[in-house]
Design a protein around this ligand. Structure first.
Ligand SMILES: NC(=O)c1ccc[n+]([C@@H]2O[C@H](COP(=O)([O-])OP(=O)(O)OC[C@H]3O[C@@H](n4cnc5c(N)ncnc54)[C@H](O)[C@@H]3O)[C@@H](O)[C@H]2O)c1
Length: 265
């Protein structure tokens, strides 16, 4: 890939205000992608934008606040991205999470928490792909990376950093199915669709880091002990996996769910 081609490339990163999304966006900017950050947290979004711009002086960074589970918000921000950059090469659907309400028993799970968690993890990925794919089709090239979780296979032990476990596991299992079907549907288009399935990753900031740090010492130790590799993962390890999946060399990798979880699943 030549520098000039790399310079024009545009990556949309959802959930880009903090945590994994902010780290992935920073790596993509380092690799000379123009980056569009989308998130519902406006202040954190602006901080993430400034952080990338201060680290990489030539970086081109666009940021827009949106609730990505809402069709009208998603349609609006993808129109804005199209006006700003005129192309989308990469979509990284990082937005999601298990929420702040720690619920383990189905009897205690409010339907609105179920709907919110499904909306944040699954509907957001669908809507962002729906509006990104037509823009990718213009160039006959695209890379979609969705975010699943080791929890998609269910979790029998302590909940650790997971808030509402049941809708979270259900939404991430659905992200796997969404990934595999969309990969097949877009088979001949030049657009690949894959998912990364992380185990416990502790970014420098963000909800998961804050929740983990607030756990009692025994709960932190039990959570780490349940990871066969013996430690939590790093944002660099996730960004490296994204880097492979969005590369031109990865054109024959589509419909994969790549575990980056220390053998936890
Ligand atoms: N960190 C981990 O250990 C881990 C493990 C497995 C999977 N994951 C997945 O990786 C992704 C990123 O995790 P993280 O640790 O950075 O989480 P995080 O909670 O720190 O960040 C998620 C971001 O997504 C945004 N978001 C959520 N719903 C949104 C919506 N409807 N519209 C717009 N923005 C929305 C939030 O505002 C937040 O900035 C998530 O999908 C998560 O489920 C994380």
């Amino acid at each position: 890939m030549t520098d000039s081609i790399v310079n024009e490339r545009t990556a949309v990163v959802t959930g880009g205000a903090q945590g994994l999304g902010a780290a992935i966006a920073s790596h993509l900017a380092r690799d000379r992608f123009a980056v569009a950050l989308l998130d519902m947290q406006e202040d954190a979004l602006q901080r993430a934008k400034k952080s990338i711009e201060s680290r990489f002086r030539d970086a081109r960074v666009f940021a827009a606040a949106a609730d990505l589970s809402r069709p009208e918000d998603v349609e609006r921000v993808f129109q804005e991205i199209d006006s700003e950059f005129g192309r989308i090469d990469v979509l990284v659907n990082t937005a999601g999470g298990s929420g702040t309400v720690a619920v383990r028993e189905i009897e205690d799970l409010p339907p609105d928490v179920w709907n919110t968690v499904i909306g944040n993890n699954l509907t957001s990925a669908f809507l962002c792909a729906k509006y990104a794919v037509p823009i990718m089709r213009r160039k006959g090239f695209g890379r979609v990376v969705n975010f699943s979780s080791a929890v998609a296979n269910g979790l029998a032990g302590p909940s650790g950093t997971v808030g509402a476990l049941l809708p979270y596991a259900a939404s991430k299992a659905a992200v796997n199915g969404f990934t595999k079907q969309l990969a097949k549907d877009l088979g001949g288009s030049g657009i690949t669709v894959n998912a990364i399935s992380p185990g416990l990753i502790l970014p420098a900031q963000g909800r998961v880091r804050a929740t983990f740090d607030a756990l009692p010492a025994e709960a932190r130790a039990a959570t780490e002990a349940a990871i066969p590799v013996g430690r939590t993962g790093t944002t660099d390890e996730i960004a490296a996996a994204v880097g492979y999946l969005v590369s031109e060399d990865a054109g024959f990798t589509s419909g994969a769910v790549l575990s980056v979880d220390g053998a936890a699943s």
